[in-house]
Design a protein around this ligand. Sequence first.
Ligand SMILES: NC(=O)c1ccc[n+]([C@@H]2O[C@H](COP(=O)([O-])OP(=O)(O)OC[C@H]3O[C@@H](n4cnc5c(N)ncnc54)[C@H](OP(=O)(O)O)[C@@H]3O)[C@@H](O)[C@H]2O)c1
Length: 263
Amino acid sequence: MHIAGATVLLTGVTGGIGGAIAAEMAARGARLILTGRRREALEPLADRYGARTILADLADADDVLRLTEEAAGTDILVANAALPSSGDLLDYTPAQIDRALAVNLRAPAVLARMLAPGMVDRGRGHVCFVGSLSGMAATRSSSLYNATKFGLRGLSLAFRQDLHGTGVGVSIVQPGFVRELGMFADTGSATPGGVRTVSPRQVVKGVTRAIERDVAEINVAPLELRLLTRIASQFPGFAERVQRRAGAEKTMDAIVAAQRTAR
Ligand SMILES: NC(=O)c1ccc[n+]([C@@H]2O[C@H](COP(=O)([O-])OP(=O)(O)OC[C@H]3O[C@@H](n4cnc5c(N)ncnc54)[C@H](OP(=O)(O)O)[C@@H]3O)[C@@H](O)[C@H]2O)c1
């Protein structure tokens, strides 16, 4: 799918990675529709990229539906917005659980469901979900984030098969820990176990490659983390013991504390 000239709907543009994706899409000549829940953060981006903006809270089902109507004609959906959803499940209220599921999983599913038929009619389009390696390997204090990102991976890989032969591709891009900007960098914490990070640029490259070459899944992380994730996805009991021995609890607790207000 060519990005130049395509209408691209991007969620989570007021965040770290979303901002980087918007800059790259604009540089490649996409017609951008930027969506977010904060008008004051969206408007400067609209000016910078000559983009249309649609204000929407992805935790609100009515807002999500209105967004799909206002963004009809989208050629490429980049479903990037998410909540960090870190911390023990036992620390979450039912309303916070609903919000995590709504923003991280329900909204991407509804956006894809409502925007893909137009793409199919036109015989061209792409849906790119931004997941996480947390969609393949479970870690302590991440049950809701793991749940939504595992779910997003299933949604993406199966929806891709449903749309096979229609001219519409579906991809999931799964980063590891991203440095410099975004929900992990914002915590100011080291990585658990000292694992290496990736740059925002590498994630953006993953997204553009997924769209242009219609790749099912792209994992953006250092080789050792990609391998450990594969092993963890096959042998979760073993991975759990390895993680405990690595003694990453303190780092994980610091990340959870820093992300506590974003539930
Ligand atoms: N950063 C990492 O290390 C990392 C690693 C793996 C995967 N990822 C994934 O990369 C994607 C982008 O993450 P990021 O690091 O850029 O995070 P971020 O800086 O926290 O940005 C998250 C974005 O989601 C938006 N959002 C949250 N709740 C929303 C709601 N109810 N309605 C509308 N928008 C909402 C935020 O809007 P506000 O600005 O209004 O809060 C923000 O624009 C996510 O899917 C994340 O899971 C990130």
